[in-house]
Design a protein around this ligand. Structure first.
Ligand code: P6P
Length: 328
């Protein structure tokens, strides 16, 4: 018996919030629809390029669009037509997109990275969509930024879609982490990973070693511990350079992913609102941890919708080993 994302959300909502009017599952269906559109376009990327190379339009007469522009437009459209959405924040839009909706209707703020790692598509590496959902604060009569600048601990849901060897939708609404695999035969995301848990430790660490000479203390010492077996086990280095793919492996296999600050980028490269916050929520709901090297990601108070943060996330044992060095 298959369970789709919509069914699962509705079941979750009914058990957690009896009498919920299905608004949230309707909202989430906007994300699943957009990501199905995105994956269909990604799967044809090379063909579209070939088809679209003559004069910038493809055989369907569609204007050739960069995939991340297409992904952004798909999400803005599919979410914008759902009247439960009040504010959208996207990695692709400098400013929030706001919808003039009554506070009792427009209850949600959706923040997303429409296509993270899109530069990897040309070389057929997995990419992903990441999303984070907040309730619009009651007193949100203020500017839309205020509705988006909430601590990650206030997220009502978060998730990602990884467009890999299969297309998987992974989400949490605060009651565990669930994975759904797209069945192309029926065009639905079907429950495939119930109650995903991050192992207590792993055998992979994931960092861009090319930056290793630029990391401040205690990162060099920590990486040396992992390489030298100081944690009592051997590690392999795995770094795909696509955040969602590196995170997904860490969620399933354990270990640690880190994008530290460097001398040139004191706040690291990854974004707080639509990369670190949603993945931190997932990591913690699966039994892992996520920090900026000092502070729990979900406790950070954002000050800007595109702000960056150092980002470490992974299994309890690897994260606690880092904390012992950082808090010495
Ligand atoms: P670097 C992709 O461009 C991205 O935003 C993330 O998906 C990925 O984790 C990171 O940048 C890779 O950055 O500096 O290691 O190439």
């Amino acid at each position: 018996m298959i369970v789709t994302v919509q069914q699962h959300i509705a079941q979750q909502q009914e058990s957690l919030y009896p009498g919920a009017r299905g608004t949230f599952s309707w909202l989430l269906s906007g994300i699943t629809l957009a990501t199905k559109m995105i994956q269909a376009r990604i799967r044809r990327a090379g063909l579209l390029d070939v088809a679209g190379s003559a004069g910038g339009t493809n055989v369907q007469g569609e204007t050739q669009q960069k995939l991340d522009v297409y992904a952004n437009e798909a999400l803005v459209h599919c979410l914008g037509v759902r009247d439960a959405v009040a504010v959208l924040v996207s990695e692709e839009n400098e400013e929030p997109v706001t919808f003039d909706r009554a506070p009792e209707t427009g209850k949600y703020v959706v923040i997303f990275d429409p296509l993270d790692g899109s530069s990897n598509i040309d070389v057929n590496v997995s990419v992903g969509t990441i999303f984070s959902i907040f309730l619009r604060p009651e007193a949100s009569g203020g500017p839309p930024h205020a509705a988006a600048l909430q601590q990650g601990s206030r997220q009502v849901a978060a998730g990602y879609v990884v467009y890999g060897s299969s297309t998987m939708f992974v989400y949490t609404a605060g009651n565990g982490v669930f994975g759904f695999t797209l069945d192309p035969n029926i065009g639905a995301f079907v429950l495939s990973h119930e109650h995903l848990r991050m192992p207590d430790y792993g055998h992979y660490y994931s960092v861009n070693e090319a930056n290793a000479g630029k990391f401040p203390a205690p990162y060099p010492e920590y990486l040396a511990q992992l390489r030298d077996g100081a944690l009592g086990r051997e590690y392999s280095s795995r770094y795909i350079g696509s955040l969602v793919a590196d995170f997904h492996r860490t969620l399933l296999k354990g270990g640690v992913f880190l994008y530290p600050p460097t001398r040139t980028h004191a706040q690291g490269k990854l974004r707080l609102l639509y990369e670190a916050n949603p993945l931190a929520f997932i990591a913690e709901q699966a039994g892992g941890l996520a920090t900026d090297g000092q502070t729990r990601i979900l406790d950070l108070q954002p000050t800007g919708i595109h702000q960056r943060t150092p980002f470490l996330t992974g299994s309890r044992q690897e994260m606690e080993a880092f904390a012992r060095l950082a808090l010495r």
